[in-house]
Design a binder for this molecule. Structure first.
Ligand code: SF4
Length: 360
């Protein structure tokens, strides 16, 4: 189900825009439809009121909690059952540790959501990529993961880094972004659209109008060597690392949000000195943050994580040479659950080192 379908159904039941917005807002905020200052019988048209319990049940059925796996770092991996029996993962990320006294606005944590069942990009190190694409998620199914998570814990940040490539389900993801950034109450820079890099994404984001929600952007770089990128991300769009960074920089300057570059650190593949030089060359002076995420080994795949010492050394070197870098554990990596992509890319603030400089 898409949010636009839902809006049409509400309209067919006599809803005006103000009614539509209320129903969608209370759903996205995981609040019951009954409640608030306005009583439903004084506000919603009768036909809509009558149909609302069935619609509410249907929305609840879009994403149900199959199981929950708590990580030692405060994260929780959620296995989510969809209405047709398919499953995706969402990850409740550990709350950021406040630098100063926590304020009410800072309460809550992040959620990593899936945008597809499976994925067609086929990154060679990712478990999700091995099975190909099964199906797209509807925009309502994407928001439903947030609603489900909000029943467990407050959520004030949503990263689209779970199963799937958001660029391959662009309309649905952007529809979810618009609702989450309005009725869903998530700050726009706390909506993080993650992609391997696709020209259609940049075109779409730059075309967003003044009244629309502009998300922050995370780009999966993984290597600065074009031929290596082709091997690691075999079905990603042909986007040279230089061109990808240039496109990212243009968006960062247009929005005022730094680009988060994701780098799954794999032993003997992209943890060499050549890559350090490449990162310095590409990112010095850019409005960017480099997230190094040591790979979590996936059963059946031959890739390994470098030692923590090597990862820390790379982060320190980048820091010293002027690239804002964070070394992160993937969230809940002690949890032995299915999605290699989530493990590799979901970020956790624990054991963070080297936070530094750069930006011209
Ligand atoms: S890492 Fe992301 S883009 Fe690559 S195959 Fe896995 S889910 Fe798809």
């Amino acid at each position: 189900m898409h949010i636009s379908d839902l809006r049409q159904r509400l309209r067919a039941l006599g809803a005006l825009p103000v009614h539509e917005d209320r129903v969608l807002r209370r759903w996205a905020m995981a609040q019951p439809q009954e409640g608030g200052r306005k009583q439903l019988q004084h506000f919603l048209p009768l036909a809509l009121r009558t149909a609302l319990p069935a619609i509410t049940d249907e929305l609840a059925g879009l994403a149900r909690l199959h199981s929950q796996h708590a990580g030692e770092d405060g994260s929780a991996r959620l296995l989510v059952a969809l209405h047709d029996g398919q499953q995706v993962e969402s990850v409740l990320l550990p709350p950021d540790r406040p630098k100063r006294r926590p304020s009410r606005a800072m309460s809550g944590g992040g959620l990593c959501v899936s945008t597809q069942v499976g994925c067609a990009v086929g990154c060679v190190f990712c478990m999700t990529g091995q099975g190909g694409l099964v199906r797209q998620l509807g925009s309502a199914e994407i928001v439903a993961q947030v609603v489900l998570a909000r029943a467990l814990r407050p959520v004030n940040k949503v990263v689209f880094m779970g199963m799937g490539e958001p660029a391959h389900n662009l309309d649905a993801v952007m529809e979810a972004v618009q609702l989450l950034g309005t009725g869903g109450g998530i700050g726009h820079k706390n909506l993080v659209f993650s992609t391997v890099g696709d020209p259609r994404v940049f075109a779409r984001l730059h075309a967003l109008g003044p009244g629309e929600v502009k998300p922050a952007l995370a780009l999966s770089l993984h290597t600065t060597v074009a031929t290596r990128r082709l091997t690691l991300l075999p079905r990603a769009p042909r986007f040279d690392p230089e061109a990808l960074v240039a496109a990212g920089e243009a968006y960062a300057r247009a929005t005022g949000y730094p680009i988060q570059y994701q780098w799954t650190l794999i032993e003997g593949v992209n943890d060499g000195d050549d890559e350090i030089e490449g990162i310095v060359r590409l990112l010095t002076g850019k409005y960017a943050l480099m997230n190094l995420i040591p790979y979590n080994a996936v059963e059946g795949l031959a890739f390994q994580r470098p030692s923590w010492e090597r990862a820390a050394q790379i982060a320190r070197t980048l820091h010293r040479r002027g690239v804002l870098t964070k070394l992160r554990h993937s969230a809940g990596q002690d949890v032995d659950a299915g999605c290699g992509q989530l493990r590799a890319r979901a970020e956790a603030p624990s054991r963070r080192i080297d936070i530094a400089v750069a930006q011209g």
